[in-house]
Design a protein. Structure first.
Length: 209
């Protein structure tokens, strides 16, 4: 039985990871995917993430390379932006962008009758940078991002596509898996902004091991 009186934050995390490793029956993956999956389980207490996290070949390694090389992140929610370790990202020279609250984004989305998340993807693409796209909430962001890739307007360095929900969620992830861009997705309905931030942080911390 776990000691109910562990109070030190580092001890709590270490004990959590020990329990996760134990309940996975010793199953591991190559790094950095191993850390990504275990941190997703740690964040959600849901062992299904061991089966639903899917990566294109070399995507996790590329994410580490991009972030440690100073790439920027664009995300679809302030929750994900808040959860990403911006201090660590800044050490590498990168920053996080979230355009969801921008007035120009809200106005354009209303005029065109589309979601703000879709306009955010356009705004990010127009920055002309190779970025890590981190989508934890809005499947319409993935749908528009797929269109932008096919139009030749966006060239993501990596897409983390883990929106949660019921409408367009599964379909949007499948689009990204077929887009030709490097991806890390949570297949099916599960995911969320907390999972999106967790995946980013796992890659940011990879250089510290």
């Amino acid at each position: 039985m776990t000691n109910p009186y562990i109070l030190d934050p580092s001890e709590i995390e270490n004990e959590s990871m020990r329990i996760i490793s134990y309940e996975l029956n010793g199953k591991t993956w190559d790094e950095p995917l191993n850390s990504i999956i275990k941190r997703c389980i740690h964040t959600t207490a849901d062992f299904e993430f061991a089966n639903i996290i899917s990566c294109s070949e070399g995507a996790a390694e590329k994410g580490v390379e991009l972030l440690s090389g100073g790439a920027d992140i664009v995300t679809d929610t302030m929750m994900a932006a808040s959860g990403i370790n911006k201090r660590k990202l800044a050490e590498f020279g990168g920053q996080v962008h979230c355009f969801m609250a921008d007035e120009d984004v809200a106005n354009e989305a209303k005029e065109r009758g589309i979601t703000r998340a879709m306009v955010c993807m356009e705004k990010a693409a127009d920055m002309g940078k190779e970025m890590v796209y981190v989508i934890g909430n809005a499947p319409t962001a993935l749908i528009r991002l797929d269109e932008l890739i096919r139009e030749g307007r966006a060239s993501p360095g990596l897409i983390i596509g883990v929106p949660v929900g019921f409408v367009n969620v599964v379909e949007s992830k499948e689009l990204i898996m077929d887009s030709g861009a490097p991806f890390i997705v949570s297949r099916g309905r599960k995911g969320g902004s907390n999972v999106a931030a967790t995946i980013c942080n796992a890659m940011l911390y990879a250089k510290g091991r």
